[in-house]
Design a protein around this ligand. Structure first.
Ligand SMILES: Nc1ncnc2c1ncn2[C@@H]1O[C@H](COP(=O)(O)OP(=O)(O)O)[C@@H](O)[C@H]1O
Ligand SMILES: [Mg+2]
Length: 600
């Protein structure tokens, strides 16, 4: 059946208009980040952060009824959509953000047509359709490092050196264009120059190159780029803060790993404006070649396209590999069935049909928790999860015991259609090493560091108003940078909704009856004294934990954090080590008495 040109053009125009509306709303919110930073209005920043994440679904939801109305009987007709796709492709081809436009189209088409798997006739696959900022499949299963050639003068600005390094740095700092006065720009320039001197042979520094846009997130602003030296390009990230109505440089990072941690999949997305995201991603990739393209798109706020890139890299990887999906290492979940492809750094989580006791949550609640995490500040401690619907893979790629487990325990989400495994709903996350497994084989020092970081996770989450709930070791993972990250969300809750209580001392009341607790335990009642048992730490590791974090086992710490949130304060969380901070006063007082820091 041939579809009228008009109809195809009209369908394409509706999708395009919805995409443009999304772009406008997105840009408006993103642009406000600078103002929030300058006014130190952190709560407004948090609201915008959540608000911006809702836009995509909203704009799709607005487009669907229009499409139904205009297309009428052809609304779910594949031929019609084939023609609409072609019309749309022409309309968006010249856009600087064409890849985002295609992802948006795919979202609409999938919803209208209820596509299972992918349909190459109806969707944009992006597979080599255009110069994507990635390459072929690499070791980790993501795109190979390759972006050096893609850096353009447009996305980055170069500040050539002409003499004194501190002078050059001062020039760079001024370029941020903040409307708030500097606290001590000369001092900051000097401190930054000192750090650079400590990191590279300063005589060889020819220039500083920075991505043009400023990156905003939480209570900080960042510039990211490279030190161009005679020999090589060294990553450079400058973190700015506005602690008392004056801008300070809080930290300087000069290694790929440190910069990568700032761009982690366990943090909220940046607010950064750039018309051609592909260029920005390519530039970031040149600085962090190990970061998957998908995570970079996500990090700069385009999480839907990040998801598209992840899916594409998985498809490419499946073609280039022959290992099978397997049950993920570690303890089996009571709520989730978790599997992985050994050669690909991702886990797939499917919600089980029934949960093992004592879990009392429902499916809807589990999804709601994942959504809460998606919209909340992840503080560098909660893994980002992508939600997928109607994925399909060839059956032969599944290890038999995994397939049997999925069909038995998660039959509402997984079924077979001939030789195809259809997954109706799942989450993907970066694969981490479960902490319980890690502690079993980690060298002494690494194990102790992990235990210290474990306590720090609880503190960082508390600072972002989150209580993780199920804090057993198996629910934390270790990243490739050795950072601990939490991933089990079904019992997670806002800290402000929890009730931290001391265990009543039964002997005082003499009213203890055997078995059940004799005191009332509400759903949100939490007894920090009990954590000691939950932790599952013994001997030296427990001693290390207590030496650093004993206060977490009392109610006072938690009440203090709750009070802070109740006052509307937004505590500081730094995506770098304290030793990396330039001003030990943490920017809590204006300069003057600032201790000059020389240690590293
Ligand atoms: N991101 C991840 N990386 C590696 N392993 C994971 C990840 N998420 C979950 N797992 C593994 O799967 C198990 C169950 O997942 P979890 O999210 O804790 O679900 P449940 O709520 O069912 O316990 C974990 O104990 C761990 O072994
Ligand atoms: Mg778990």
């Amino acid at each position: 059946m041939t579809v009228e040109r008009d109809l195809a053009a009209a369908g394409a125009a509706i999708v395009r208009a919805a995409f443009e509306v999304h772009g406008q709303r997105y840009a408006r919110i993103t642009a406000r980040a600078r103002r929030h930073f300058e006014r130190a209005d952190w709560l407004a920043g948090q609201r915008d952060s959540a608000r911006r994440l809702d836009l995509y679904g909203e704009c799709i939801a607005e487009a669907l009824p229009r499409l139904h109305e205009r297309l009428g009987a052809l609304a779910a007709d594949p031929d019609a959509w084939h023609a609409i796709r072609d019309a749309y492709a022409l309309a968006v081809a010249e856009r600087g953000d064409a890849e985002l436009a295609e992802t948006f189209y795919n979202s609409c088409a999938r919803r209208m047509l209820k596509i299972v798997g992918v349909d190459p006739r109806l969707e944009f696959l992006g597979l080599g359709e255009r110069n994507a900022p990635g390459g072929a499949s690499g070791r980790t299963g993501f795109d190979a490092p390759d972006a050096a050639g893609l850096v353009t003068d447009e996305v980055a600005v170069t500040f050539p050196r002409d003499g004194d390094l501190a002078q050059l740095v001062r020039h760079v700092l001024e370029d941020g264009g903040f409307s708030v006065p500097w606290d001590d720009i000369d001092g900051d320039a000097r401190r930054v120059a000192d750090r650079i001197r400590a990191a590279v042979d300063v005589r060889r520094v020819r220039a500083i190159e920075l991505a043009r846009p400023v990156f905003f997130r939480g209570k900080a602003a960042y510039r990211v780029g490279r030190l161009l030296t005679d020999g090589a390009a060294v990553p450079l990230l400058i973190a700015f803060r506005n602690p008392f109505g004056r801008v300070i440089v809080d930290a300087v990072l000069t290694t790929e790993d440190e910069v990568s941690i700032v761009f982690s999949f366990s943090r909220s997305y940046f607010f950064v404006r750039w018309e051609r995201p592909r260029e920005l991603v390519a530039y970031l990739r040149a600085i962090m070649p190990r970061k998957p393209v998908s995570e970079l798109y996500t990090a700069i706020g385009w999480h839907r396209h990040g998801k598209t890139e992840l899916y594409r890299s998985l498809l490419r990887h499946l073609v280039a590999s022959d290992d099978r999906f397997e049950i993920a290492p570690g303890q089996r979940g009571m709520v989730m069935c978790v599997f992985t492809l050994p050669s690909f750094d991702v886990v797939f989580k499917v919600i089980r049909d029934r949960f093992e006791p004592p879990k009392t949550v429902t499916h809807a609640e589990v999804r709601e928790k994942y959504r809460l995490v998606f919209r909340h500040d992840r503080a560098g401690r909660l893994v980002d999860a992508q939600q997928f619907e109607e994925m399909e893979f060839r059956r032969e790629r599944f290890a038999p015991e995994l397939l049997a487990q999925l069909l038995e325990l998660a039959s509402e989400s997984v079924h077979l259609r001939g030789d195809t495994v259809v997954l109706r709903h799942l989450y993907t996350e970066r694969r981490l090493q479960p902490l319980d497994l890690y502690l079993r084989q980690a060298p002494h020092e690494a194990a102790h560091e992990a235990v210290i970081d474990y306590g720090q996770v609880l503190r960082d989450l508390a600072a972002s108003n989150i209580f993780p709930g199920d804090m057993l070791l198996k629910n934390f993972g270790v990243s490739r940078h050795g950072r601990l990250i939490f991933y089990d969300y079904d019992e997670l809750a806002p800290l402000s909704e929890c009730r931290f209580r001391e265990l009543p001392h039964s002997s005082d009341d003499g009213d203890e009856s055997a078995g059940e607790p004799w005191y009332y335990v509400g759903e949100r009642d939490i007894f920090p004294e009990e954590f000691r048992t939950f932790l599952g730490l013994r001997g030296e590791l427990l001693a290390t934990f207590l030496a650093h974090h004993e206060e977490l086992l009392g109610v006072a710490f938690w009440h203090r954090m709750q009070a802070q949130h109740a006052r509307g304060e937004v505590p500081d969380i730094y995506p770098y080590r304290t030793a990396r901070r330039l001003r030990r006063d943490g920017g809590t007082a204006p300069a003057g008495g600032t201790p000059e820091e020389s240690t590293r």
